[in-house]
Write a protein that binds this ligand. Structure first.
Ligand SMILES: [Cu+2]
Length: 94
């Protein structure tokens, strides 16, 4: 019985890791006018697994929330690059 409780506690603790929603901030220095963020946002939204995209022209950053079972940071960076805006990772939170 004690073992079962421990397992349940572990499962509860590990569940958020399995859900695997991550948020990453990408630096997109190539954005320089009002339409750039729209293009970047479109490109990122098209990536399967992306649930939320917040593009900020002022600090030239794109905050992307995605399911890491479906996509990854490399794919997000490739998407912005393919749209004409190479990006780099600023930071990420799980
Ligand atoms: Cu532009």
């Amino acid at each position: 019985m004690k073992k079962l409780v421990a397992l349940a506690a572990f499962t509860a603790f590990a569940a958020p890791l399995w859900a695997a929603t991550q948020t990453v901030t990408l630096s997109v220095p190539g954005m320089n006018c009002a339409t750039c963020p729209i293009t970047v946002k479109k490109a990122l939204t098209k990536v399967s697994g992306v649930s939320k995209t917040d593009v900020n022209l002022d600090n030239r950053e794109a905050k992307v929330t995605f399911d890491d079972a479906k996509t990854n940071v490399e794919a997000l960076m490739r998407a912005t690059k393919d749209a004409g805006y190479p990006s780099t990772v600023v930071g990420s939170t799980k």
